[in-house]
Design a binder for this molecule. Sequence first.
Ligand code: NAP
Ligand code: GDD
Length: 331
Amino acid sequence: MPRALITGITGQDGSYLTELLLKNGYEVHGVVRRTSSLDRSRLHHLYSDESVYGKNLFLHYADLDDTTTMRRVLVSAAPDEVYHLAGQSHVGLSFEIAESTCKMTGMATLRMLEMIQDLEKVPRFFHASSSEIFGKPDTLPQNEQTPFRPVNPYGAAKAFATNMVSIYRNTFGLFAVNGIMFNHESPRRGENFVTRKICRAAAAIKAGRQKELLLGDTTAKRDWGHARDYVRGMWLSLQHATAEDYVFATGKLNSVQDVVEIAFATMELDWSKYVAQDQRFMRPAEPQKLVGDPKKASRLLNWTPETSFRELIEEMTQIEFKRVSGQVVSG
Ligand code: NAP
Ligand code: GDD
């Protein structure tokens, strides 16, 4: 039975990846932080399943900042594959907590590389890199050769980590992969990311629980896909014969305004009655025209995204409506 260790298992991607790896016959180990609440909602359905938890899913307390514990977890789990997904993932907040973002997103990745190369059996390593490394690129769409020009602390930290992964692969021969992922969303997306915020608000307004939705820049555009597709890409990248970097993207640009219109239409509401702009959600700097070219992932891994942008936003809004109406939504 192959063994995988996931940092960031409680996050959006970690939860979908756990499901995929369990389905593929893996023993999955995950790193969790001590928090004041034990409600790991995205993992609850697995955690509370006696046929899964403690049988082929194991959680270990550690923190990216606690190197001795991380090392101990790596030694005891002895994984064949490490998926390094943990970190402060909110771009806007990275301006407010720049130092800890750089520590957790940049330095912690370097530490992971150092730790895995000391292990008796050196595992394959996946790093969750981001389109934010491109910032304001000269060319579009962006691919694996596009130069890094980050415009925020998060992007700069990811650029550092991405460079380190390449350096350790080229210098020490580690099987280390950068998945340069463009935005991917799902009903499990954190509540302060724009798609979830909009879908949740549309559903709450429909249910009479909310009156308005305040947003920042609605002209901002992104390349948005479904998280389930992206974790499949993560897994495929570690099954390939050689370690490579891959862009995972849909290749299509949509605006925040497009998200608003689809979400409100799904709830049969006129968005213009409820949506307003609020300066508090504007960012000091915005990346430009981040749209990915996933040809390499398609050619080498046979990876293509299966869910369209419209399907994604409709699914997210419908699930929010079930949640706000008190229906139990599994996972
Ligand atoms: P997420 O939902 O915010 O999850 C982040 C995970 O990291 C959580 O499990 C969190 O644990 C954990 N974490 C944060 N700081 C930690 C620390 N100091 N020690 C241990 N664990 C820590 O993010 P996501 O959307 O799943 O994204 C996964 C990764 O992909 C992130 O690195 C993100 O930057 C990157 N990425 C995401 C996207 C996207 O569109 N989703 C695109 C490109 C790259 P808690 O639950 O305890 O907070
Ligand atoms: N969060 C948020 N809240 N964003 C808003 C809002 C708002 O009220 N109003 C407009 N936006 C705009 C942001 O300014 C940005 O241009 C866009 O919506 C998307 O914002 P987020 O959903 O917060 O995602 P992101 O693109 O900044 O970052 C995500 O994608 C990256 C990959 O490109 C995160 O998942 C990162 O971790 C990831 O690396």
